[in-house]
Ligand binder design. Structure first.
Ligand code: WTA
Length: 611
């Protein structure tokens, strides 16, 4: 692309409402690193996502809420109602003392109040930090403390399939160690009997009833922070990726429109949770900035049975459906009648995201859901990129199973070799970088710019390094081959090995541990843990220890990080500098022990014979 600045400024000018135009489209330096888009411009993202649609679409449905229990009626929230709800909520936030720049932690199930609270923060310029409501109390407290939130918004509980989860109990436990939290707003959802701490906890409903349904927008600068969202890193604590206002808005809206080819009147459904970036960009901001109708689903794909996704598509006549390979694989294992019993003829575009999709799952999705008529957009992107980067444009880009195909216009990928040089030409593979800024990129890691620079801008000079490997085929299509660092993607969730190992090491019987991924037919990857005990006890005790280790992981991180296999061992292969050789552990977990590769740098090669 010859003039990316002009390309992006035309998009920004044409599709959004600005309170003040920008002075400069882009200012960037990947070595500091510093990136600014639309500098000098002023706006509010909620004016773009809600207010400006009121003139023409006040009664159009903005959000369809589909509850966990199919017998509970779905809610259709119009743009006008969404406006009132967001304004009222924003006024409650203000009354509670929340101001522009304050951080608000949102720990809610997939209920309308989650969408409304996110937008209410954005309306008054507070920075939202949504934490997926499957994380444990410890994980929640870590995230609250890292960005020093003043408030938590939560609910009495949540419904997931046949289970009811005590969310407020988890919040109470987390708040034992969070000195910055002044207040908690509680949504009533399950009617569970919960503790309300005097002076700190407030039921939301009565406050909303008293609040005005008008709230003027806070005028934001283009680079003012919009939200923080945590993602796992190879090492250390989770990284609070910071996204800013104008660039993120332009990018999430532009990619939504093009990748899903949303047309007026369509109903769009993304099955992600708003606790992840996919939900931020493609349940809320992207669709709403386009005046779309977007579905929020509270439940799970197997409740009340494995036909639930297909039932929802039929019920709401979904036109664009966006889900994860892990869900496709799980559903493909079930009887085909679950799919065949439903009319899926409304579908026009199918999407997938979060991990590489294997060929078998791709074909199952294409044959049985899309009936070979709906193109599949295999969309590659990351929390850090804010929006989709590599993807087919449906009905324009011919698709090939397992290929994310081509970068979107405006995106400039590069593949790098092991010497740090860009690999030119086709039919090559290497490490995936991006060479030029795009508006949706995260600007920093909250409170740790040095780590941002080291993680993303130090491996290759003047390039953003994604952490993924990729190949480019003969026609220039990209296929993402997976992480090249110590992040493991389990059921589409990024998990860093270090926090899981730290959790395991908390067990009094454990001396050391190491985690690697191994292939799993539904989750994509599952976790394999090698654990060294302080004393090699009797093996009959090992089963209990396995349970206890998974219990500790659940408490520290959440059930998503539980190990599928635990092997007790007496040593771990290490390099002379003391680094665990995960490559070898991976091979053992994959049962590829005949081919361990070069182990000459191992300090203790005898470990294999004994473990
Ligand atoms: C992986 C999710 C292959 C990749 C939006 C990336 C994918 C990480 C794809 C980011 C895809 C995402 N094909 N791999 N279509 N999409 N990934 O931050 O490894 O939760 O780096 O963002 O997921 O995960 P994150």
């Amino acid at each position: 692309m010859r003039d990316p600045e002009n390309f992006w400024s035309e998009i920004a000018e044409e599709h959004f409402v600005w309170r003040k135009p920008w002075d400069k489209v882009l200012d960037w330096n990947f070595s500091t690193p510093e990136v600014k888009w639309f500098e000098g411009a002023q706006l509010n993202i909620t004016e773009n996502c809600i207010d400006r649609h009121l003139a023409t679409k006040a009664d159009k449905t903005a959000i369809i809420f589909e509850p966990n229990d199919p017998s509970e009626e779905a809610q259709h929230i119009s743009y006008k109602q969404l406006h009132e709800k967001v304004c009222a909520f924003a006024n409650v936030l203000k009354e509670q003392g929340i101001k522009k720049g304050d951080r608000v932690c949102i720990y809610l199930p997939m209920i309308p109040e989650l969408a409304v609270s996110v937008l209410a923060c954005a309306r008054i310029g507070a920075i939202h930090s949504v934490v997926f409501a499957g994380f444990s109390a410890t994980a929640l407290a870590t995230r609250i403390n890292d960005c020093e939130c003043n408030m938590v918004i939560t609910s009495d509980g949540s419904f997931r399939g046949t289970k009811t989860i005590d969310l407020k109990g988890i919040v109470d436990e987390a708040l034992e160690n969070t000195p910055t939290i002044k207040s908690v707003l509680v949504v009533k959802r399950t009617d569970a009997d919960i503790n309300m701490k005097d002076g700190r906890d407030h039921w939301l409903q009565p406050l909303l009833e008293k609040a005005s349904k008008e709230c003027v927008i806070e005028i934001m600068d283009a680079e003012d922070p919009l939200f923080i969202l945590y993602t796992s890193g190879s090492t250390g604590k989770p990284k609070g990726m910071l996204h800013t206002t104008a660039g993120y808005m332009v990018y999430s809206a532009y990619t939504f429109k093009n990748v899903f080819q949303y047309k007026e009147g369509d109903v769009y459904w993304c099955t992600a949770d708003i606790g992840w970036i996919t939900g931020h960009s493609y349940i809320l901001y992207g669709p709403l900035a386009n005046g779309a109708t977007t579905i929020m689903f509270e439940g799970v794909p197997n409740h009340p049975d494995f036909g639930r996704f297909w039932e929802i598509i039929e019920k709401h006549k979904v036109n664009q459906f966006y889900t994860a390979p892990t869900a496709i694989r799980a559903l493909a294992k079930e009887k085909l009648e679950f799919v065949e019993n439903h009319d899926l003829s409304s579908l026009k575009v199918l999407g997938t995201v979060g991990e590489p999709i294997n060929e078998e799952a791709w074909h199952w999705y294409n044959d049985n859901v899309g009936k070979k008529k709906s193109p599949i957009v295999d969309t590659w992107w990351q929390t850090e990129t804010g929006g989709i980067m590599i993807s087919p444009i449906p009905y324009a880009t011919p698709t090939i199973p397992t290929y994310a195909t081509l970068p979107l216009p405006g995106i400039q990928p590069a593949l790098m070799d092991e010497h740090g040089k860009e690999i030119e030409g086709n039919q090559v593979d290497g490490r995936l970088c991006i060479k030029f800024p795009w508006p949706g990129m995260a600007r920093t890691i909250w409170g740790d710019h040095k780590r941002y620079k080291e993680t993303y801008f130090s491996a290759y000079e003047n390039k953003y390094f994604t952490g993924d490997g990729a190949l480019r085929d003969t026609v220039g299509y990209y296929r993402i081959t997976g992480r090249v660092d110590d992040v493991i993607i389990v059921s589409g969730h990024n998990l860093g090995t270090a926090p899981i190992e730290d959790a395991i090491n908390e067990h009094p019987a454990v001396a050391e541990s190491a985690i690697v991924g191994f292939p799993h037919d539904v989750k994509g990857n599952a976790l394999y843990g090698y654990v060294i005990l302080k004393e090699t006890g009797e093996s009959r005790l090992h089963e209990n220890l396995r349970k206890e280790i998974n219990q500790i992981i659940t408490e520290h991180i959440g059930p998503i990080a539980k190990l599928d296999k635990i092997q007790f061992t007496v040593g771990l292969p290490k390099t002379r500098s003391g680094k665990i050789m995960r490559r070898i552990l991976r091979k053992i977990a994959h049962k590829d022990t005949d081919n361990l590769g070069d182990i000459s740098t191992l300090l203790n090669p005898e470990v294999f014979k004994r473990s």
